[in-house]
Design a protein around this ligand. Structure first.
Ligand code: CIR
Length: 254
């Protein structure tokens, strides 16, 4: 998709105390900072002007900015993150988003929604129901998007953490997908680049202009995406993976 800007937030020292289920060990903060800098450079290489927000020590997971907002061409939606320890991250976003948007909506309790559960495919959005996004939150987003002429499909998840943990839209009616989404009715109309179980982490990748940014170390995925005609940029995500973070979670792109 044709984006021009991105918002990211540096990880703070408290990052190592964030939520995780990965059992991959504690992240190395200094290495996470370096990887974050390289991620920003990748976004810039893909053509984006990147707004870099300073770290917020109060919220260990706040580097995963994607979960705090859904940004579209017509409106911004501040989410209502489903994890208690993360919900307050939206207060900072309420200060930042008005720099870029006049039209701002929000998800309200008892609706919960994480941006990682939202995938845009041109004028249509897929919204995952997960441990972080409930039906009320998904329906609120669907209703908001409908006001602006966008369609939405709500997709109950079985295993994935977030919707975009297992699927990415590359444009040209093509998705990269893994796990429970392989063979899913919801995505059967797309050209599909499938990712094996062991490479599942690389299904969370991002298309920006002529580039697709993928996590480093997934050669088969890299080959398949390159074969589909995209220039691939790899980013080492090891320290973010330890906290269940995928590549898309580190930025809001618009
Ligand atoms: C969390 O559990 O919320 C963070 N440790 C990871 C969030 C990753 N975000 C995403 O997949 N969109």
């Amino acid at each position: 998709m044709n984006f021009t800007r991105a918002i990211v937030k540096k990880p703070g020292k408290s990052y190592v105390n964030g939520l995780t289920t990965s059992h991959l060990g504690a992240p190395d903060f200094e290495l996470a900072l370096k990887q974050h800098e390289a991620y920003i450079e990748a976004l810039q290489k893909a053509g984006l002007t990147v707004t870099v927000l300073e770290a917020d020590e109060e919220f260990p997971d706040s580097t995963f900015v994607e979960d705090t907002a859904v940004l579209t061409e017509k409106c911004a939606v501040i989410t209502n993150p489903g994890a208690d320890s993360r919900n307050g991250e939206i207060e900072a976003m309420k200060q930042v988003i008005p720099r870029f948007y006049d039209t701002i909506e929000s998800i309200k309790s008892p609706g919960y929604l994480d941006g990682g559960d939202v995938m845009q495919v041109d004028d249509h959005f897929y919204i995952g129901l997960s441990s972080r996004t409930n039906r009320e939150g998904a329906q609120q987003l669907k209703d908001i998007l409908g006001k602006y002429g966008y369609g939405a499909t709500i997709v109950p998840l079985q295993e994935f953490f977030h919707l975009k943990t297992g699927i990415a839209y590359l444009g040209n009616n093509t998705v990269v997908l893994a796990g429970e989404f392989i063979g899913s009715e919801d995505f059967k109309g797309f050209e599909q680049i499938t990712v094996s179980k062991e490479d599942e982490y690389s299904a969370n990748c991002i298309r920006i202009n002529d580039f697709v940014i993928i996590p480093k170390g997934f050669e088969a995925t890299k080959q398949k995406i390159a074969a589909a005609g995209y220039s691939v940029i790899e980013c080492d995500m090891s320290e973010f993976r330890k906290q269940d973070g995928g590549l898309s979670c580190l930025s809001l792109r618009f």
